[in-house]
Design a protein around this ligand. Structure first.
Ligand SMILES: C[S@@+](CC[C@H](N)C(=O)[O-])C[C@H]1O[C@@H](n2cnc3c(N)ncnc32)[C@H](O)[C@@H]1O
Length: 250
């Protein structure tokens, strides 16, 4: 067996740590490169506590360079992950630098290179979870409204869109896609838009370094269990254990 000599360091990765958000590097383009790791951990932790399991189908809206996709693709069963992204180069660089072609071959995620879900809506497939991490912080009111309408059409009756936005006491007056600058909304506006599309707006107590997490829930999504308690792994497991007990009793 070939021995790897001690003291030989692997070649350095290009992490883009010196770059500003929005610059043309696969990590920097999607946000501050210094917390590329933390944003991924934060999102996977939240999704799993909200009930994401291996058999679910998830659509990652604006998946970028697979910052979060690189954790979701192995977690979900084969074909469970779909990433939608208008900037194709980001997905290619994410696969090349973070995921590897082998994982793509094994897990067979799907990628849709578009700034809208119209192709997916036309196919009629339904998703258990949609993720929009740092997407609504770059959408004017018109685009936010369009994304919530599309989300409503893509989700199954017990599905949920898990998203971030920048909370403020005013709403942006800008329209369309705004990048890399950010825009803000009031929770009242998001609540009203959600209702218009048959979704329930449920703010979440889950720390984000710059934004706020929220669930836009379909009527059948179980949002009640965390309305009056902190989101935690233990609380999440209490629910699973209650169900397991039911199975064990049968
Ligand atoms: C701030 S980055 C977030 C990327 C990814 N969600 C993450 O958290 O790593 C925003 C992403 O949205 C993509 N995007 C651009 N136009 C979009 C649109 N109209 N709708 C959704 N996403 C869009 C960008 O190319 C970029 O990858």
């Amino acid at each position: 067996m070939q021995k790897i000599p001690l003291g030989i360091e692997p070649a350095a990765e290009s992490l883009g740590l010196e770059l500003r958000p929005g610059e043309a590097h696969y990590r920097a383009y999607v946000g501050p490169p210094d917390d590329y790791d933390l944003v991924a951990a934060m999102a996977l932790g939240l999704l799993t506590i909200l009930g994401l399991r291996q058999q679910h189908r998830l659509l990652d809206i604006g998946c970028g360079s697979l910052r979060i996709g690189r954790l979701l693709i192995p977690y979900l069963n084969r074909g469970g992950y779909t990433g939608l992204e208008p900037n194709e180069w980001l997905v290619h660089e994410g696969i090349q630098s973070e995921v590897g072609q082998d994982l793509i071959d094994i897990k067979q995620p799907r990628f849709v290179y578009s700034d809208s879900a119209s192709e997916l809506l036309a196919e009629g497939g339904k998703y258990d979870y949609l993720l929009a991490q740092s997407i609504f912080s770059h959408c004017g009111m018109d685009l936010l409204d369009q994304w919530l309408a599309q989300a409503s059409g893509l989700l199954g009756e017990s599905g949920a869109l898990v998203a971030t936005y920048i909370s403020s006491d005013t709403d942006t007056e800008r329209r369309g896609w705004i990048y890399p600058e950010c825009v803000v909304f009031t929770s009242k506006t998001l609540d009203a838009l959600a209702r218009r599309h048959g979704l329930e707006f449920v703010p979440l107590d889950w720390h984000h370094p710059r934004q706020s997490w929220v669930v836009f829930a379909k009527p059948g999504f179980e949002a009640d269990w965390y309305r009056d308690r902190r989101l935690s792994w233990n609380a999440c497991f209490d629910r699973f254990n209650d169900r397991r007990q039911v199975h064990a009793d049968v």
